[in-house]
Design a protein around this ligand. Sequence first.
Ligand code: SF4
Ligand code: SF4
Ligand code: FES
Length: 262
Amino acid sequence: MSRRLHIEVFRYNPLDPNSEPHMQSFYVNEYDSMTLFIALNIIRDEQDPTLQFDFCCRAGICGSCGMVINGRPGLACHTQTRDLPDHIVLHPLPVFKLIGDLSVDTGTWFRDAGARIEAWVHNDHEQFDPKAEEVRMENDLANEIFELDRCIECGCCVSACGTARMREDFLGATSIARVARFYLDPRDERNEENYYQVIGNDQGVFGCMGLLGCEDVCPKHIPLQDQLGIMRRMLAIHSVKGILPKRVLEKLQHKGCCHESH
Ligand code: SF4
Ligand code: SF4
Ligand code: FES
């Protein structure tokens, strides 16, 4: 017998001076293969057309439908209601600016983070020649870079992060994994000092408390912790280069502290 779901939703419209933050209950009959995204659409279509939440692809690709589902950040379109109890409580992702109800502005946050970490290939080539033959890259390396390029900017890892919730200038695991992606890329000619300037501080790798909340909630299973560890060790070694004896540094570097290419 199908369940009757009690879905409790955070409601607030910051643009309406009469709006007060509160929780509102809705009830929906569950059916096979129902996702939370479908349940929210049923509520909006049949019960309350003013309910705000975001979606675009319905397939875990666009990253729009992130929200806090029974206390845990996740994608509504990737969440089957059968995996949840019949009482479901939904909040908007914290850290990001609230647009209304379950809808938040992740775009501004990610644009700002991308600008701060300079998320583009840096090199001295004066001009891009569209007619030149492409430089080949080893398949294994291309796959490693692709692995880190799969982020859909849903914001779940940022919302799950204790540091990001305490300090709004923290770049988060997603940005650090993005830097790691450029660090791997042989076309990016930045050196360790350049990366240090970008993430070698409390807003970057040294602000992370390492409690793994980010990786636990990432719907794309991006290896955030590995990248945090690799970047942190690389930058820590860089910062003591002039102090530690060469022999000790070499030992550290051979303990998997850095990606092979650098
Ligand atoms: S491991 Fe670091 S980046 Fe990830 S959630 Fe914890 S503090 Fe945030
Ligand atoms: S790293 Fe994962 S959780 Fe974080 S924004 Fe990207 S896809 Fe979402
Ligand atoms: S609607 Fe695109 S990820 Fe959920």
